[in-house]
Write a protein that binds this ligand. Structure first.
Ligand SMILES: [Zn+2]
Ligand SMILES: [Zn+2]
Length: 424
C-alpha cells in the first residue's frame, strides 16, 4: 500500500498548520523495487552518490531484496558489535561515509535510523528509510534519540524523504523485534494519558487529530497480535502502518510528545545506567516494562483520588540530593539540572491540580488496568516484568522516582511529586 501523506497536512482544529516532511510511504512486498526505479528513473535519479548505511545483520536481512539498489549505491556496512545511537556511533559513520555522499539510504532498525538521520541532518543531505523490522515507531522521526556523553538526549535530526518498507524484508525479522515494535506502540497508553493530563493541568498544546492517529495505531496493534504470531504478512504490513502512523503523529506536532512520556522515561533512565548496570534489551522491551510499572503507580493514585485519599504535598523543587547521588555519580549532575531547567512543575498550579484530580482519575481509567496490559503483553510475547530486561525488582521504586528527570516533559508521574496518597 502507498500511504497518502497529504491527508495529514494542513490546517487543523488545534489551530496549527500541520506539516509533514515525508514525501511518500510504501508498505508492500517489492517496495525495494520501487526504490530502485526511483533511484534510476524517478524522483531520486539526480542523486549522484547515494550510500546505503546498514550493519552486518540488516545487510544480511535486506541484501536479497536490495540487490539492484546495492549495485548503484556505495555500501557502508557498520560493525554491529557495540553499535549504538551515541556520539561514538556517529563518529564511526562519519568516518567511513564517503565525502561525496548526497543521499543516505538507512537500511535497518532504530540505531541505523538514528545514526543516519543525525548525520544526514549534519551533512545537509536527505535520507531514505528502509526498515528491516517492525521494531520501533521512530522511522519517521525528525529528532534522534541519542546518548550524548552519557546523557540520553533528543537531538535535532531530520525525517526521511521517503519510506520504502518492503514486506519481504521486515516480515522475516526475528519475532523478538516485531514484539518490540508492538511494545513501543502499546506504550502509547501511558504517553497519551500523560499528554492529556499535562494539557489539562497546564496550558500545554495538544492536538485531537494527532491523538486520534496514535489511538488508531494502538487499537490496530492490539487487534493484530494473533495474526502476527501466525506470521501473516498482511498483519506485518498493518503493524508497520501503525508504527509509521505514530511517526506521522510525531511529525505533525514536530516532536515525540504524542508517542513518548513516562513509560519511555523509564527506558531512557535504564539506558543511562545511573542506578543499574548495562541493560541489554530492545527499546520496545524496556518501554513495555515501563508501561506496566507506570500503569501500576497510576492505578494506585487513581484509586486514592476516588477514595478522597490523594492530597497535595508541599513541593520544594528538584530533588537535588537524589540527583547528585545518581546522575551526579556518573558526572551527569550538570546536564540533569540543565535538562530540568525550567522545572516543568513550575507550570502546575497546586490548587488547580487539586480541583482537577477527579478529571485526571477519569483519564487514568481510560487506560487498561495493569492486569489487562500484562495479559495483552503476555499474549503478544512482549516483556512486562523488570527481570525480563535484566532489572531487579528492587529498583522499581527508585526508577519511578528518578525517571521523570530524564526529560523536560511533563508526565503525570512527575506531577505526582506534588501529591501524596495512601495505598491500600
Ligand atoms: Zn492538530
Ligand atoms: Zn519508542
Amino acid at each position: 500500500m502507498e500511504i497518502d501523506v497529504e491527508q495529514f497536512q494542513g490546517p487543523c482544529s488545534c489551530r496549527r498548520q500541520h506539516e509533514i516532511t515525508v514525501k511518500g510511504i510504501w508498505i508492500e512486498s517489492g517496495a525495494s523495487r520501487k526504490l530502485y526505479e526511483m533511484l534510476t528513473e524517478g524522483e531520486l535519479r539526480d542523486f549522484a552518490a547515494p550510500a546505503i548505511v546498514w550493519d552486518e545483520n540488516t545487510k544480511e536481512a535486506a541484501l536479497e531484496a536490495l540487490e539492484d539498489v546495492e549495485e548503484i549505491c556505495e555500501s557502508v556496512c557498520l560493525d554491529c558489535e557495540d553499535l549504538h545511537a551515541d556520539n561514538h556511533g556517529v563518529e564511526i559513520l562519519e568516518e567511513i561515509l564517503p565525502e561525496e555522499t548526497d543521499l543516505i539510504l538507512a537500511v535497518g532498525s532504530g540505531t541505523i535510523h538514528d545514526l543516519s538521520r543525525y548525520v544526514a541532518h549534519k551533512w545537509g543531505i536527505p535520507f531514505i528509510s528502509v526498515p528491516t523490522a517492525a521494531s520501533v515507531d521512530g522511522f519517521l522521526s525528525n529528532v534522534a534519540a541519542m546518548t550524548w556523553n552519557g546523557m540520553k538526549k533528543t537531538v535535532p535530526a531530520q525525517g526521511p524523504l521517503y519510506v520504502f518498507a518492503d514486506t519481504d524484508i521486515f516480515s522475516k525479522a526475528p519475532y523478538r523485534l516485531t514484539a518490540s515494535g508492538m511494545s513501543d506502540l502499546l506504550g502509547k497508553y501511558i504517553a497519551l494519558a500523560d499528554w492529556k493530563i499535562a494539557a489539562l493541568v497546564t496550558d500545554e498544546y495538544i492536538c485531537e487529530k494527532t491523538i486520534a492517529l496514535e489511538e488508531e495505531a494502538l487499537e490496530k496493534t492490539v487487534g493484530l497480535i494473533e495474526e502476527l504470531k501466525e506470521g501473516d504478512p498482511e498483519a506485518f504490513e498493518q503493524l508497520m502502518y501503525a508504527l509509521l502512523l505514530s511517526g506521522i503523529a510525531m511529525q505533525m506536532v514536530g516532536n515525540s510528545r504524542p508517542a513518548s512520556c513516562a513509560e519511555h522515561h523509564v527506558s531512557h533512565l535504564w539506558e543511562m545506567e545511573v542506578i543499574n548496570d548495562k541493560v541489554d534489551a530492545l527499546h520496545g522491551e524496556k518501554v513495555s516494562v515501563g508501561l506496566v510499572m507506570v500503569r501500576k503507580r497510576y492505578e494506585e493514585i487513581a484509586q486514592a483520588i476516588e477514595k478522597g485519599e490523594c492530597r497535595l504535598k508541599p513541593y520544594h523543587g528538584l530533588e537535588t540530593d537524589l540527583l547528585r547521588d545518581t546522575f551526579g555519580k556518573k558526572g551527569l549532575m550538570e546536564s540533569a539540572v540543565q535538562e530540568n531547567t525550567p522545572d516543568p512543575l513550575d507550570l502546575v498550579e497546586p490548587e488547580k491540580l487539586m480541583e482537577l484530580l477527579p478529571e485526571i482519575a477519569k483519564i487514568l481509567y481510560t487506560v487498561p488496568s495493569s492486569g489487562e496490559l500484562v495479559k495483552i503483553l503476555q499474549k503478544a510475547g512482549c516483556c512486562y516484568e523488570p527481570e525480563q530486561v535484566g532489572i531487579s525488582r528492587e529498583l522499581v521504586p527508585m526508577t519511578l522516582q528518578l525517571c521523570p528527570y530524564v526529560r523536560n516533559r511533563l508526565s503525570f508521574l512527575r506531577i505526582s511529586k506534588m501529591l501524596q496518597w495512601t495505598t491500600k
